[in-house]
Design a binder for this molecule. Structure first.
Ligand code: SF4
Length: 480
């Protein structure tokens, strides 16, 4: 009876573990199904053809939920060489020998590695939230002291959908945290939620006004401020309001200086500015026959002003000028890219306002999607694309649509990394054509690597899939 090698396969949480047990050692190939996108690069690279791609990659999968595996590994065919780990663009595979991460292929004959170019110039970076918001892989690590602690936790809980939407205080605090990190749209939504529970919350109304003003939505901001002021405040609320408006941590961190000027030649001391803003006090002198007209002063507290410029817009005499000078336009801290998570889609570098990010794609080449052949209503490729590069175009206005076909599917090639997940997922024939021309890898060009490179760079197209007992499997996926 042959005892060795022994093979097994088991699932532990999000991981599928293939095991080869020899007399001398135990090798494990571990697939993280949370991270795997079903792109098939491992299957195309495996020298033993031990991996097949399944259609379950064709749904966007959420962390923490157990799904069927996007790829199937045959533990008996696998030689536990580690090529798939090296080639996976999403770091979904890990090979261990006796519990230690090892890559036998490197030890035996060498193999190139991905040459990942994904860097942030800290001098140019202004630590804004854009790259973090647009990254489809959560690969941005933003460590800015001001946003640490409770504020950061609240924002993270909001992103995970973990705030108690029935708890007005929690929702309000979350809204404030979102506003402080510059996510005004989300903050407005959260303030609205807080106001649904407690419509007479002047702080939520006031802060919503400030978030609206930050987005330039001054009319709505004025309405929110007006609503806030229409509420009769008890002493505690008033004190809280003043306390809140006295502290503008984000601008303090930016060392901002606000100047407020009123042209008293123009000012008619009507007091609209003071009614709208707690930083402005308008003091009228007693009316006397001696002067025959209303006179007074406009006083301003720069420590509580957040330069929303509501007063500038509201002044009927255009008498107010507000300027804000930011001495140091950068927040302290660092923003970095987690290269294990980054797939080089370039969403971050494309959108960085200061061009602080350098990024090169892993694959070179081209991809085409033929929308004419797309079956109506299918958005499988949109769902599966790990880079959010494929989208359903917004329909043009009905007046422009006359006689025209609605565009079904489109791809932003600048954001596509040519991983091929869509090619495997597409249920139709010849709809998607992927042509890779190069891989950004460095290291020894071994014969094995040359063969893999040739395979990965052979043009391929989506083929019809065959339904089998509940799962859909690839029937044919061959070179064209
Ligand atoms: S370890 Fe080697 S043989 Fe096994 S699945 Fe990965 S590439 Fe194929």
């Amino acid at each position: 009876m042959t005892l060795y090698p022994k093979f097994s396969k088991k699932r532990v949480g999000p991981n599928v573990i293939c095991e080869q047990r020899l007399l001398q050692n135990v090798s494990n190939l571990i697939l993280n199904t949370d991270t795997c996108t079903g792109c098939g690069v491992c299957a195309e690279s495996c020298p033993e053809e031990a991996i097949t791609v399944s259609m379950v990659g064709a749904t966007k999968r959420e962390k923490g939920i157990t799904y069927a595996t996007p790829i199937e590994i045959d533990p008996e065919k696998c030689s536990y060489c580690g090529v798939c780990q090296i080639m996976c663009p999403f770091n979904a595979l890990t090979l261990t020998v006796d519990g230690v991460e090892r890559l036998p292929i490197l030890e035996k004959e060498g193999f190139p590695q991905w040459d990942i170019v994904a860097d942030i110039d800290q001098e140019k970076c202004i630590k804004c939230t854009i790259c973090e918001d647009v990254c489809p892989r959560d690969a941005i690590i933003r460590e800015v002291p001001e946003f640490e602690g409770e504020m950061k936790e609240k924002v993270a809980a909001y992103d995970r959908g973990e705030i108690d939407t029935q708890n007005a205080v929690e929702v309000y605090k979350t809204a404030t945290a979102l506003s402080r990190v510059g996510r005004y749209q989300d903050a407005i939504r959260a303030y609205d939620q807080a106001l649904e529970i407690d419509p007479r919350n002047p702080l939520a109304l006031y802060n919503k006004g400030t978030a609206l003003a930050r987005l330039g939505r001054y009319e709505e901001a004025l309405k929110a401020y007006e609503d806030a002021r229409a509420i009769e405040l008890d002493e505690t609320t008033l004190a809280n309001l003043k306390k809140y408006t006295a502290g503008k941590p984000r601008y303090e961190a930016l060392k901002a200086k606000t100047t407020f000027e009123v042209d008293m030649e123009k000012c008619n001391v009507c007091g609209i500015c003071g009614t709208l803003c707690p930083s402005i006090t308008v003091k009228r002198k007693p009316f006397t026959a001696e002067t025959g007209k209303v006179e007074g002063d406009v006083l301003f507290d720069e420590t509580t002003c957040d330069a929303c410029k509501v007063c500038v817009d509201a002044c009927p005499e255009e008498a107010i000028t507000v300027t804000r000078e930011v001495e140091d336009k950068k927040l302290e801290g660092e923003v970095n890219i987690d290269k294990d998570l980054c797939c080089t889609c370039t969403w971050c570098s494309t959108n960085c306002p200061t061009e602080a990010i350098t990024m090169e794609k892993l694959f070179e080449g081209d991809i085409e999607i033929n929308p004419e052949l797309c079956p109506s209503g299918c958005s499988t490729c949109v769902e599966v694309c790990p880079c959010n590069a494929i989208y359903l175009p917004s329909p043009p206005p009905a007046s422009e649509m006359r006689g025209q076909q609605e565009e079904k599917i489109a791809i932003n090639k600048d954001l596509c990394i040519l991983c091929g997940a869509c090619v495997y997922a597409c249920p139709g024939e010849d709809i998607i054509v992927l042509k890779r021309t190069g891989l950004r890898m460095k290291g020894p060009e071994t014969d094995l690597f040359k063969r893999i490179k040739e395979k990965l760079c052979t043009p391929r197209t989506s083929k019809v899939k065959e339904e089998t007992a509940g799962t859909t499997q690839i029937k044919v996926l061959e070179s064209t």
